[in-house]
Design a protein around this ligand. Structure first.
Ligand code: PMP
Ligand code: GLN
Length: 407
């Protein structure tokens, strides 16, 4: 009997999907784990992985301690803590005028589990999933685990908006899902309303699901976030996903949520309940406290990250990088080409020694064919003002540096 040597085990497919399976079969860590380990090892300032180095709202942290001290330490209800579900319903009404019922919400272990459960609930082998490239690594990994085919639509500098024709051409009768990450990691772009309308029309035409990743919804700096769910036409094919991690600087808590119709919530729960069943018992009521904070708190959070974006953007420009205007999120993109450096991947690995800073090469979020992204780094600005000022000063040392080819 012929042995099919092209067969890959599910774990191999998953790793390969995210570009973490070497030709020799060896597994690489994710770029985030690799770069944080590099920062820890070298003592460099870590502007790589997107986690804040300052605490978020005190009321949220205190509420978690209170929950631990008052018996919220066992498995909670499968759909999530009732007060968190209610707080999400209130939040959607307050910020977006969207009305949800309790059956429309499912709490998950971060947006990551929400995305994985949704993709695993609906994707069949051979189905196509449209993503916008560069893209967050989990999309490619889970699509590959499901045996689905990732179809990337390129986003290009300077505005990183998808080209409508390319988007249309990327779809086919096999398109099962369009994954919309806006505000977008890693580019910091926010899709225009026109783009979202176009995505909805294409999804209708292909009878595809729209799955959104809106974890940066409260970190849109120059305008208000408009969720895809605000577009009536999207609702019948929509699964919206968000998370508390970014908004409240609690990325380690891993509390996220899915919003859709009760029918789809039931489908996704069928998978989700065998991934974690439930998570974060004392953290869920604390996130409810966060979501119920007055509007001024959300404004303060946004203003604080906006100031940090400006500090890092100014600093990187002064250091000689070409920096995009991040409209949202935790990250700025900095092109090292004006410094005479064309390989950001090699640069990232030498940056601790050259400048005492860690960042992530943008190429980690894209296929190798995206040569246009090659000289660009992603730097996180969700760090203390002092760290950002120091990083910018240290990066100025890169002027005139000649990079050896990566070893
Ligand atoms: N989506 C995007 C775009 C992200 O940047 C991240 C990471 N922070 C996640 C999802 C994961 O969110 P969570 O930590 O809530 O799982
Ligand atoms: N979302 C974070 C980032 O983009 C990383 C999360 C992770 O480590 N998987 O940096």
């Amino acid at each position: 009997m012929e042995v099919d040597r092209s067969h890959r085990a599910p774990w191999q497919r998953t790793a390969a999907g995210a570009g973490l399976l070497g030709a020799d079969g060896r597994l690489a860590p994710t770029i985030f784990a690799e770069m944080t380990a590099l920062a820890t090892r070298t003592g460099a300032l870590n502007l790589g992985q997107g986690f804040p180095d300052e605490d978020g709202p005190r009321a949220v942290l205190d509420a978690a301690k209170h929950a631990i001290d008052h018996g919220r330490n066992q498995y909670g209800p499968g759909r999530g803590a009732p007060e968190l579900i209610d707080a999400i319903i209130e939040h959607q009404r307050r910020f977006y005028g969207i009305g949800l019922g309790r059956g429309d919400v499912l709490i998950t272990a971060g947006a990551t589990e929400g995305l994985a459960a949704t993709m695993l609930a609906y994707l069949e082998p051979g189905d196509e999933v449209v993503v916008f490239e560069p893209y967050y690594d989990a999309y490619a990994a889970v699509a590959a685990l499901a045996g689905a085919v990732l179809v990337p639509v390129p986003l290009t500098a300077p505005d990183f908006q998808p080209d409508p024709d390319r988007l249309l051409r990327a779809t086919s009768p096999r398109t099962r899902m369009i994954l919309v990450n806006s505000p977008h990691n890693p580019t910091g772009s926010v899709f225009s309303e026109e783009t979202v309308r176009h995505i909805v029309r294409i999804a209708e035409r292909r009878d595809a699901l729209i799955v959104t990743d809106e974890v940066y919804e409260h970190l849109v700096y120059d305008e208000q976030h408009v969720p895809v769910a605000a577009f009536q036409a999207a609702r019948e094919r929509l699964v919206s996903i968000s998370s508390a991690g970014k908004t409240f600087s609690i990325t380690g808590w891993k509390v996220g949520w899915i919003m859709s119709t009760p029918e789809r919530i039931a489908h996704i729960t069928a998978v989700k309940q065998y991934l974690t069943f439930v998570n974060g018992a004392p953290f869920q009521p604390a996130v409810a406290v966060g979501l119920r904070l007055p509007d001024e708190h959300f404004q303060t959070i946004r203003d604080s990250f906006c100031r940090k974006r400006d500090i890092l953007t100014r600093g990187l420009r002064k250091a000689g990088f070409k920096v995009n205007d991040a409209m949202a999120g935790y990250f700025v993109l900095a092109d090292a080409a004006p410094l005479g450096i064309d390989d950001a991947s090699a640069l990232a690995r030498r940056l601790p020694e050259l400048a005492g800073v860690v960042g992530v090469p943008l190429s980690a979020f894209a296929r190798p064919s995206r040569r246009d992204l090659r000289s660009t780094m992603r730097f996180a600005f969700c760090k203390s003002d002092d760290t950002l000022h120091r990083a910018a000063e240290q990066l100025a040392a890169l002027r005139g540096v000649e990079l050896e080819p990566a070893r």
